[in-house]
Design a protein around this ligand. Structure first.
Ligand code: 7PJ
Length: 273
């Protein structure tokens, strides 16, 4: 079970987080949902297609994406979070800024998804003072430069140790174990080889005792493997989501909710039959 405020999400079957970028420049769906109404329509469709959580982000972490001011980020995400939470949907706020975390939770977000793993001063406290869940993501370097020359002595061990240390720090700060999710951060300062090593070793990460979230949807590693541009990476993304779930991921973060949900239904029917 994952505790998201007063909601308990049963993780005995894999769950789907639908990606909602309210940005003009995200690498795949950037620009499509800048308008609040368009964003809401897309989120409602993802929920109808079986998304358990909607992850709302207003700042692109794509390498080279333009910086977004805190005011602009708030202006983009708050109306969307408020509306979706008001409709009873589970909303996650994809942000690294403590002020945005606080405002998002006040607007009804049940989870904070932070690619910075609450390392910005004040971020851990912003979550600890609430009953929201948190997803701690591993990232080497910073979004603008992280893909230049990522290097690890042992990527699996380093990512696992980082995430367990961050999760323990969260618990020390008062965030209950049941509110914490960890994520190896595919593509966040990782080569294809690093991503594949981490994917193969997901059971090892899951054995740390925190639910694992995996985000591979449309990422460039899938482009490297298939030779396909972003718009043609849906089948590769579904395969990657299944690969993650079969290795112990509890939640997959995806653009293609409907297709992923279908694939998971088939896998579940086989696996639990
Ligand atoms: C991830 C994310 C991920 C989590 C992004 C993209 C790039 N949050 N935010 N995990 N990736 N938790 O959407 O592909 O892998 S931004």
């Amino acid at each position: 079970m994952l505790a998201l405020r007063n909601f308990m999400l049963d993780l005995s079957r894999p769950r789907v987080m639908g990606i909602l970028n309210v940005t003009p420049d995200s690498f795949f769906d950037g620009g499509r949902h800048v308008d609040t109404n368009a964003a809401l329509a897309h989120a409602r469709q993802m929920a109808a297609d079986g998304a358990d959580v909607i992850d709302v982000g207003g700042e692109s972490t794509r390498p080279g994406a333009a910086a977004v001011s805190e005011d602009e980020e708030l202006k983009r995400v708050l109306p969307v979070i408020e509306a979706l939470a008001g409709e009873g949907l589970l909303v996650s706020a994809d942000t690294r800024r403590p002020a945005v975390m606080r405002a998002a939770i006040a607007a009804g977000a049940a989870m904070v998804n932070d690619v910075g793993a609450l390392r910005v001063p004040g971020a851990m406290d912003a979550v600890a003072r609430t009953d929201a869940a948190v997803c701690l993501v591993h990232m080497q370097g910073e979004p603008g430069t992280m893909q230049r020359a990522p290097q690890y002595a042992d990527v699996v061990r380093e990512v696992r140790e980082f995430l367990v240390a961050r999760a323990r720090a969260c618990e020390d700060a008062g965030i209950a174990h049941a509110r914490i999710v960890v994520d190896p951060g595919f593509g966040f300062g990782k080569t294809l080889a690093h991503n594949l090593a981490l994917l193969r070793a997901l059971p090892d990460l899951a054995s740390a005792g925190y639910p694992v979230l995996a985000g591979l949807s449309r990422k460039s590693s899938l482009g490297t493997i298939t030779g396909r541009p972003i718009e043609e990476r849906m089948p590769a993304s579904v395969a990657a989501a299944l690969a993650a779930v079969t290795r112990g991921a509890s939640i997959v973060r995806v653009h293609d909710v409907r297709e992923t949900v279908d694939a998971l239904k088939v896998w579940l029917a086989v696996d639990q039959g």
